[in-house]
Design a protein around this ligand. Sequence first.
Ligand code: NAI
Length: 650
Amino acid sequence: MADVAVNIRDRLGWVTIDNPPVNALGRAVRQGLQDAVLHLRDAGVRAVVLSGAGRGFVAGADIRELGQPPVAPFLPDVLAAISDSTVPWVAAMNGLALGGGLEVAMACHARIASPDTKLGLPEVNIGIIPGSGGTVRLPRLVPMATAIKLATGGKPIGAQEALETGLIDRLATGDLLAEAAAMANELAATGRPDPALLRDLVAGEAIDWSAQEAQLRRRSRGAQAPLEALASLRCAAQEPVDLALAGERDRFLRLAASDEAAALRHVFFAERAAGRALKQADAAAADLSSVGVIGGGTMGAGIATALLLAGAQVRLIERDATAAAAARARVAETIAASVRRGAVAASGGESALALLRTGTDYAALTDCPLVIEAVFEDMDIKREVFAKLDAVMPAEAVLATNTSYLDVDELARTTRDPARILGLHFFSPAHVMKLLEVVRGEATGARALATGGALARLLGKIPVVAGVCDGFIGNRIMASYRRDCEFMLEEGALPHEIDAAMQAFGFAMGIHAVQDMSGLDIAWAWRRARAAHRDPSERYAHIADRLCAAGRLGRKAGKGWYDYSSGKAEIDPEVTRILEEESARAGRTRKAFTKQEIMERILSTMQRAGQAVLDEGIAETPGDIDVVMITGYGFPRHRGGPMYMAGTPG
Ligand code: NAI
């Protein structure tokens, strides 16, 4: 049996799940486990050690099977057979123990894990909940508050936390399998512990279920699966075990066939497919142990932070000593904030900062195989920077620009070797946001592309390849629906109505609240730069320009689309007045918009812009566009992305 190996040694049964790359619980693995239970029942072993071959235990279900009707043997039955075994089963975990993998471990009679193990129930991330007793067993091993966090949040925890909460019984300090065998022998001697389903709920603080539900409903922004996971845990707490198990299975099957799960599976695969071309680039990536960054403002400091936290040395160049000192302070503060948030350990923060050198001399960059430019968004300044790089950098160095809108090809043409130039468009805050648009210019070579891919892997980002155009994939699509939102304002909608419609659809924030947060001035400068080339017959809304001219540049100015003088965003009659004047100027009678009309407009504008981006070859696949909008622009993941919603194949 290739997928599950069963051996008997020293009177112990050794069951090893071996289904590369992640030991997913496909049909053959479930069959193998079921056969193993039967085989070992009659073999006279004292106990069983269950482990995963290779780098981890079990990363979860086989996602390809999830869209299909389940096939026997069903995981709940396999797990019941393991739990019913008269001799103890010990789960020995390392690497990933996720989803169905953790459910398998919870069905065993005891659990041990290596310190590197990540344990969790990430089912909600793909629109489902555990379907094999996970939500019923979990609160019998850990306090309910922890169970709620794990099953509704979908984030895994480390082995140490798993030990502290009771999810595992022991942490392996040395050889996992040897220590699991010792544990199995101890249990064989002292008696098999009760399986989780026969245990009481773990005592803990009382749960206010309606408060939990209200809070989760706000957080999940329309996604159903987290709420169903909570409902399932509530049944586990309040119903007999059999009913709770049956209820969980019903919910699981219903969700597995839902639109939400189909959309989330699409995103799951689209994220993994994104940037595949970079891996296949026919060249070796540049070494990334030392990377140069030019400009240490908002983006440069964020990019430097991301690199430092990933263990790379960073040489950060600014225009003068004062700016260099300010850049260093900015990086130090960004790292400190990550430590405060708990995203980084204090010691990790210190060692990261120790990898930073700041200065003004380009000579410091010559041993950096990759340099990323993040100076002001101004072609002349960027040109000057690239001319200096051209003069000092060795021929094989890769040079990248973080420009948002400027023409990467035009910039590349000013350099000696355009093949080594590419765009690496990060999103703010650069050390947090997962998206990286890797901009392939007309001359960008394989080594530069491979380096973009390697950088994304180093930083844990999702790379999407984009061609050169005004705004690449994301900003171009955003500019188009932002413009259409202004048309709607001119036709009669109000900023807070558009924002409310977007939030009801599942965006974390509406477009006007977002603009106020990041400032209205950047887009204003961009519009002014283009004003001379604008086709006078093309429709143009002047609303945002008037707001900017009135000093309403967003939160930092105390007012933008909203008024912030009270500390929070309030509707401002002054803005409404400007809108009414602009409607009159455009000769439009203002009309009311429903939430649905607003979202239909926004979606169809996004989809048209997305289709144009595809037709021009700027994006490679519709899935890439969905990934950009979801990971970079707050499009609700559980809707699958604008192109997915348009029914675009692929
Ligand atoms: P910023 O104004 O915060 O920082 C620019 C930094 O570059 C300043 O610290 C400045 O002192 C430095 N600088 C200017 N000229 C220089 C030179 N000749 N040599 C060395 N350093 C120099 O600007 P921000 O927001 O960080 O933007 C930088 C680039 O990143 C721009 O191209 C922008 O379009 C792009 N970008 C910005 C995003 C954002 O959300 N702010 C998102 C993605 C890209």
